[in-house]
Ligand binder design. Structure first.
Ligand SMILES: Nc1ncnc2c1ncn2[C@@H]1O[C@H](COP(=O)(O)OP(=O)(O)OP(=O)(O)O)[C@@H](O)[C@H]1O
Length: 313
């Protein structure tokens, strides 16, 4: 698979502030890549350079081989940009807004009509398309914003924190739309400071901090390399204290009883892929095991481990 998007040595300064500091990443065709980082880490600045609205101080952006600085029209034609701010006309209907954006990209007549109907379907707004945009909820307006980024059939869709400030229902609708696009083969660059979103939507994640990518990989790879060991919940029936003592006697295993859930043991180990079989053996004859569940470390913990700061700083 060839690279849909390649960024190399990207640098952007605002006065004396180094907002993006030699950033490098590439996204394969059909892949969903997440840029995950706290506020101010340089995500929007990076996105601005990727879509060609900000000029890098140095470095290159290539979209399907077209260099943004040398062939901006060719490169931009391939990119759909969904900015954080809703950039639509409140007095026009959803459909009229999308027709307007389609015309800006040169679509006309039958093709424009078909394409507008398609993108309304993608974001699940076909039934509200002929109402004024000003009457839509914030989340629905965000969905029209996404549709506007899609109307010219870009090969690469770039979304800058598309769910910030929307209600949970709209958030889910947005994530579902993105998941559907990815499943249909659209290449996606997605920024967020929400762990669960990039875990859900992205094939690969770059963790960005102070304008640099400090770790990169599939979400599960990142978690495995950065937090050796594991955790599990074990629900028991019987003498919980005795069960806790039996598990705690295992070398390299720690155990606590969950707050407000007196039958639930929270078991942690620092080495080895899976110590759950040892735990179950230790409980044999001590207490009946009702349920076990492996607990995956979150990307939030990974970020904390890497940078010492929480994602929502
Ligand atoms: N136009 C600008 N002029 C001066 N400084 C800026 C400008 N835009 C961004 N910055 C600064 O550059 C740094 C990176 O900002 P950027 O918006 O790229 O980060 P971000 O990760 O997208 O954060 P957020 O989630 O808050 O948008 C921040 O310190 C920010 O204050």
């Amino acid at each position: 698979m060839s690279a849909a998007l390649e960024c190399e040595g990207l640098v952007k300064r605002y006065g004396s502030l180094l907002a993006v500091d030699g950033l490098k990443f590439s996204v394969t065709e059909g892949e969903a890549y997440g840029l995950l980082g706290p506020n101010g880490s340089g995500k929007s600045t990076t996105i601005g350079m990727v879509v060609g609205v900000l000029i890098p101080d140095s470095g290159t952006v290539r979209v399907h081989g077209h260099e943004m600085a040398r062939h901006p029209l060719r490169a931009k034609r391939l990119v759909g940009y969904v900015p954080q701010e809703v950039a639509l006309y409140p007095d026009l209907t959803g459909r009229e807004n999308l027709r307007y954006f389609g015309r800006l990209f040169g679509l006309r007549g039958q093709r424009l009509r078909r394409r507008v109907a398609e993108v309304l379907d993608v974001v699940g707004l076909a039934d509200r398309a002929d109402e004024r945009l000003g009457t839509y909820s914030g989340g629905m307006q965000r969905r029209v914003n996404i549709a506007a980024g899609l109307v010219h059939e870009p090969k690469v869709l770039v979304l800058d924190e598309p769910t910030v400030g929307v209600d949970p229902q709209s958030r889910n609708a947005i994530l579902e739309s993105v998941e559907r696009l990815v499943a249909e083969g659209t290449t996606v660059l997605y920024t967020s400071h929400y762990m669960e979103e990039v875990e859900r939507v992205c094939d690969r994640v770059g963790i960005i901090d102070r304008g640099r990518i400090i770790a990169e990989g599939r979400p599960e790879e990142l978690m495995a390399t950065l937090s050796p060991g594991g955790r599990a919940e074990v629900e028991v029936d019987g003498d919980v204290q005795a069960a806790g003592v039996a598990v705690a006697a295992l070398p390299g295993v720690a155990v606590t009883v969950a707050e407000h859930r007196p039958r639930l043991l929270l078991v942690t180990w620092t080495e080895g892929a899976d110590r759950l079989p040892d735990v179950l053996q230790a409980l044999n004859g001590v207490a009946a095991v009702v349920r076990t569940a492996a607990v995956r470390p979150s990307l939030e913990e990974v970020f904390l481990h890497l940078t010492g700061t929480s994602l929502r700083d």
